[in-house]
Design a protein around this ligand. Structure first.
Ligand SMILES: [Fe+2]
Ligand SMILES: [Fe+2]
Length: 243
């Protein structure tokens, strides 16, 4: 029988929820690691992946700004939007460093952009659907942020491990620390507002897992396709060296 967490303090609840999230998504870890290893090995593709992460961070910060503009907006929300905007900037900077050229949020500079945008939009739709019409914009923001933060923390953790193994100079430690804080904050704020509903969270995390799996397949397809260049590209690639 599954334990109930409705009355557990958010710290204890979160530790259990994180462990459960990790176990529930463990089957996607090998494909994610493999994708990261192959992408990091090719600076041009790595730049496109980081630019895609920048796009997702930018979409996240934009979403907070677009929905949280009431006169009683608090420090925690303003700090959250500022940090997500900073993540978008940080990723853009690192993406351009890796690719050694300016990058835009256009198909040629991103990986699987349609799938990346769809991932975000469908989580938003699922949140609205799950919480129902009576749910206010603040609860929707807290839920959606929490769901996305579970994945962000998991993904960035694998990414950081892979970067370290590849002796890559990029460090995600600050981003990971901030994502961890965001997740804790969302759990605490939902708890404090008496709005944390574990059945909603479980349903949304299950949906997110499917959406992430689709995004991963799309990213993998794009990277695998790029790994089989035409003979002409293959001969010219040997002269390219990344930073
Ligand atoms: Fe972020
Ligand atoms: Fe975050």
């Amino acid at each position: 029988m599954l334990p109930k967490h409705d009355t557990a303090p958010s710290g204890t609840w979160l530790a259990t929820a994180l462990a459960r999230f990790g176990a529930g998504t463990a089957d996607l870890a090998p494909t994610t690691r493999s994708l990261l290893v192959r992408t990091i090995a090719t600076p041009a593709q790595h730049g496109r992946l980081i630019n895609t992460l920048s796009l997702l961070e930018h979409m996240g910060s934009h979403k907070i700004m677009a929905t949280q503009h009431r006169s009683d907006i608090d420090q925690a929300t303003l700090r959250h939007v500022a940090e997500e905007a900073h993540h978008a900037y940080f990723m853009k900077r690192q993406a351009e460093k890796a690719a050694d050229r300016p990058l835009e949020y256009v198909a040629a500079d991103l990986l699987a952009p349609a799938a990346a945008r769809m991932y975000f939009q469908r989580i938003e739709a699922a949140t609205v659907h799950t919480l129902g019409r009576d749910c206010g914009p603040r609860a929707a923001y807290l839920y959606m942020s929490m769901i996305v933060e579970f994945r962000a923390l998991w993904f960035y953790g694998l990414y950081q491990e892979t970067l370290q193994r590849a002796h890559h100079v990029l460090s995600l430690k600050r981003v990971i620390g901030e994502e961890q804080n965001h997740l804790e904050e969302m759990a605490t704020r939902l708890e404090a507002a008496g709005e944390r509903n574990d059945a909603h969270i479980a349903a949304l995390l299950a949906r997110e897992n499917i959406l992430y799996s689709r995004l991963l397949t799309a990213l993998d397809r794009e990277i695998s396709g790029a790994a089989q260049p035409s003979p002409l590209e293959s001969s010219s690639r040997t002269t390219v060296r990344g930073a």
